[in-house]
Design a protein around this ligand. Structure first.
Ligand code: ATP
Length: 246
């Protein structure tokens, strides 16, 4: 298995005890790996550590085989992410934002426009491409943010709650886009609250609870919701109340 992304015993604990308490996680080439967990379980924190936005207290992260702390532009141009709010410049149009994102990831000027047209079509944004980002609806701004994370065809993709504020059409386009990218060898990590959606898209599902990876769910299983709550409940009952309190 070629690991695109690997977390080894990653720990990042905030004052008060919440955070991530020693998580191992691998995202293989060609795989869509979903992270699920209740609010505050540590999904965003883990993703931020994986992307070098937060330094771990302990443990390590490898991106494309390179320690994240040592990753240079050659590695970062192969990574696309959307964590928290879509980073768009409100005064620029969707298209201009995407050209900028492509250029920042090393796509040559001559290629950027064609690449951007492709991703605009892929995410159903053609009609809105000329609209300034600040005038876009929440859902279309989210689509632009997702497009910006993927315009440069990265081999590692990390998306935190990407289907938030997307309409059903957007959810389907996102699903198809991620499937295509995984089939072409990208390793994709995606967090979500929507277990139904996760079941449709993920090859593997890891459950986080109170900052720990407590188990996996079978995406083809019949009652994902029940299995999810059973895992969380069993973990909560096992854990002393003071530990990992959020
Ligand atoms: N900068 C910070 N300082 C202190 N505590 C923090 C900080 N960032 C996150 N936390 C806490 O760490 C825990 C995990 O938060 P995180 O945002 O990673 O959870 P999450 O699983 O992404 O939740 P959600 O589904 O609500 O987005 C929470 O209890 C949160 O309050």
């Amino acid at each position: 298995m070629t690991a695109r992304l690997q977390a080894m015993r990653v720990r990042r604990v905030f004052a008060g005890g919440a955070g991530v308490h020693g998580v191992d996680l691998t995202v293989a080439a060609g795989e869509i790996h979903a992270l699920v967990g209740l609010n505050g379980a540590g999904k965003s924190t883990l993703m931020r550590v994986l992307l070098g936005m937060l330094r771990p207290d302990a443990g390590g992260v490898h991106l494309l085989g390179c320690a994240v702390a040592d990753a240079g532009s050659q590695v970062w141009r192969e990574v696309g992410h959307l964590v928290e709010h879509p980073l768009t410049y409100g005064e620029l149009t969707g298209r201009e934002n995407l050209v900028l994102a492509a250029r920042l990831h090393g796509i040559a000027r001559g290629e950027a426009e064609a690449t951007v047209e492709q991703v605009l079509t892929e995410l159903g944004l053609e009609r809105y491409a000329g609209v300034r980002a600040r005038r876009l609806s929440l859902g279309n701004r989210q689509r632009v943010g997702i497009a910006a994370a993927m315009v440069h065809e990265p081999r590692v993709i990390v998306l935190d709650e990407p289907s938030n504020s997307l309409d059903p059409a957007g959810v389907i386009l996102l699903r198809e886009s991620l499937r295509r990218r995984a089939a072409e060898g990208a390793g994709i990590l995606v967090s979500s609250h929507h277990l139904d959606e996760v079941a449709r898209i993920a090859d593997r599902i890891t459950v986080l609870n109170a900052g720990r990876a407590i188990g996996t769910l079978d995406p083809s299983g019949t009652d994902l919701e029940r299995s999810f709550f059973a895992l969380v409940l069993a973990d909560d009952e096992r854990r002393p109340v003071t530990e990992g309190a959020t």
